[in-house]
Design a protein around this ligand. Structure first.
Ligand code: GLU
Length: 275
């Protein structure tokens, strides 16, 4: 009798364990829809990706990311925003820290060796930001004797070193907002990156009248949405979402809402190549 009772309770325990395991599996929230999605953006680039003092996220990249997430099955409340500084983007995607990166992220061959891109969804140009009274820096070559700030891991810093002004005294920092402080207190003479980003800084209320853009189109920066290398299914879905964003008028709405005030003359929406 005793032995049988033990057997029965062992059997019950087995059933319980199995059903608990089944519940745990069914409760998982990975996959499309119903779960959460983590998206990498910039936190310090007004007009593009900005975390405001009251903890909100604003900017063109945020609007594009929110639209794309919706098409992938995630509501705005299901998005977890993570800061992706320029130098960390490839690593964050490779590690799976974020599913998407929508962070003024230029599509380049070098980056394509490590990550994949959907898009492009925007075109910007490398430019310079200088103090309003600056007269000595009007073209890229003038940077060769100047103190210049840009960001580690950006195409902007790379272009300077490799072709635009290899003799510039380049100070690479972690984020462009740090360069801006340097420009203000005169520890640097110019800040270089995409005109889209520079226009956002120049038009901020606290910077009114302090800085100007040189207006040079030093490169072509095609912004893509970064994803883990090899995820062709996700890339296809995002490209479809970006097509829809253009055709239903959302792209126009987003650029106007985010760049309208700064007077930044953005280029027309680029063709999305599925390559
Ligand atoms: N678009 C350029 C890049 O991806 C510069 C802006 C940035 O660093 O995010 O490197």
């Amino acid at each position: 009798m005793k032995l049988r009772a033990r057997k029965v309770s062992a059997a019950i325990a087995t059933v319980l364990t199995l059903s608990l395991a089944a519940t745990a599996c069914g409760g998982s929230d990975s996959g499309d829809g119903g779960g959460k999605i983590t998206i990498g953006i910039k936190f310090d680039q007004p007009g593009l990706g900005l975390k405001t003092q009251d903890g909100k996220y604003t900017g063109f990249d945020v609007d594009v990311a929110t639209y794309v997430a919706k098409e992938l099955g995630y509501e705005a409340k299901d998005i977890e925003w993570k800061q992706s500084i320029s130098a960390q983007r490839e690593t964050m995607l490779a590690n799976g820290d974020v599913k998407l990166i929508v962070a003024t992220y230029s599509i380049t061959d070098k980056r394509k060796a490590k990550v994949d891109f959907a898009g492009p969804y925007f075109i910007a140009r490398q430019d310079l930001l200088v103090r309003k009274d600056e007269t000595g820096i009007t073209k890229a070559e003038d940077l060769n004797n100047a103190k210049l700030c840009s960001v580690t891991g950006s195409t902007s810093a790379q272009n300077i070193k490799e072709k635009l002004a290899p003799k510039a005294n380049l100070q690479p920092l972690g984020g462009y907002s740090e360069c801006l402080t340097g420009l203000e207190n005169k520890s640097v003479d110019a800040l270089t990156t995409d005109d889209s980003i520079l226009a956002g800084y120049a038009s901020q209320a606290e910077h009114q009248g302090k800085f100007k853009l040189a207006g040079l189109k030093l490169s072509e920066e095609k912004y893509g949405i970064g994803i883990k290398k090899g995820d062709t299914e996700l890339k296809g879905k995002i490209n479809k979402a970006l097509e829809k964003m253009k055709s239903d008028g959302s792209w126009d709405k987003f650029v106007e809402a985010n760049f309208g005030k700064s007077g930044y003359k953005y280029e027309p929406a680029p063709a999305i190549d599925a390559s």
